[in-house]
Ligand binder design. Sequence first.
Ligand code: SF4
Length: 390
Amino acid sequence: MAQIQEGTTPLAVFEEVVEDSYTTFNQVRGWKERLGRKALGYFPVYFPEEMAHALNMLPVNLLGASGRLPLDIATAHTQSFVCSITKSVFQLASQNLLEPFEALIFSNICDVARNLSGIMMRNFKERHHIDYIHYPINNSSENAVDYLEAEYMRVVKGLEQVSGVGLDDGRLREAIRLFNRKRQLLKTLLEIRRESPWLLPYHEYYTAVRAAEFMPVEEFLKMGEGLVQEVLSRDLRPADRVRVVVVGNFCEQPPVMFMKTIEDAGCYIVWDEALIGPRWVGEVNPDAGNPVRALAEAYVKNPQPLTVRYHPSVDKHKHMLEVIKRTKAEGVVFITPKFCEPALYDYIIYKHSLDREGIPYLHLEYEESTSSFEHVRTMVETFAESIMFD
Ligand code: SF4
């Protein structure tokens, strides 16, 4: 269960949390019981977790079963050309494996996710409170913040019925402070990857950031701060590897072995989009006059691009070149989930900038259930060698 034992390392705790996060959710049951909270599962890419926390709920990112379940029921309910995370979340619900979650929240990140929320509501509304956040499409409109604040309040009203707790400004400010700390910690882990990737192998980094999407925030902060100290005290030397940026894994998650293979084939992943939503929103002002509005502003006015949010003033070409410069990356590996249109649109946009600047890139495709990695190894080795010996 989720109780942290004396002497247990942060990584061991994170590994246990991640293993439980695919299909069993026993840790979620344990946290609910111990902390007296209800659980809210949200579909990626972004949800203001602070709101759930302030309503005494445990926000958990629904990342699918990562290839641990046959998708037979979901396949019968969905088209054949949809990504595997949507099928996987539907399959989990069909087998009642999402039973610990009193509430499930979806949003308009893409047509597939929008349709998923519809079939979830039609099939499982007796088991869970299911709602849908319609994020603004035109984020440059002067009404976008007003609109999103009202949309958040509509969702909050429904969640208040589930949790039995009313939203209180003081509790929400406190939650924003806690989640600012979580975002800062995620940023620190990413900075370690950027500055000294040999100290924190990617699969360890990923285990920590994935656990952050399941654990109560207070426990993640304690364990995560311990991990940073432990990693910085490691006495390890860099290997001769190519520094790469990985783009495309912002929603459906590739198998951990897929990413490990990229590193083992001669790369250091110095930046990527894995679980970018929770860190993307950045620092939210906890002392703003209206904390719900502060969360709406943090989404609408964020100058950083997020694949599933359109903002006309965000220059994606410039962004990608800045990431490459900041991380001193020598190449880009695009990894796109099969049938994911948003990831493929980004690939086309970024590819043009890279071609113009002569920056090498590689494109790979994955599914949750991808289990053979030999072709990944061969392609990445060839890519890395072409950069090293250029
Ligand atoms: S993986 Fe892509 S297509 Fe599937 S739900 Fe996520 S954003 Fe939409």
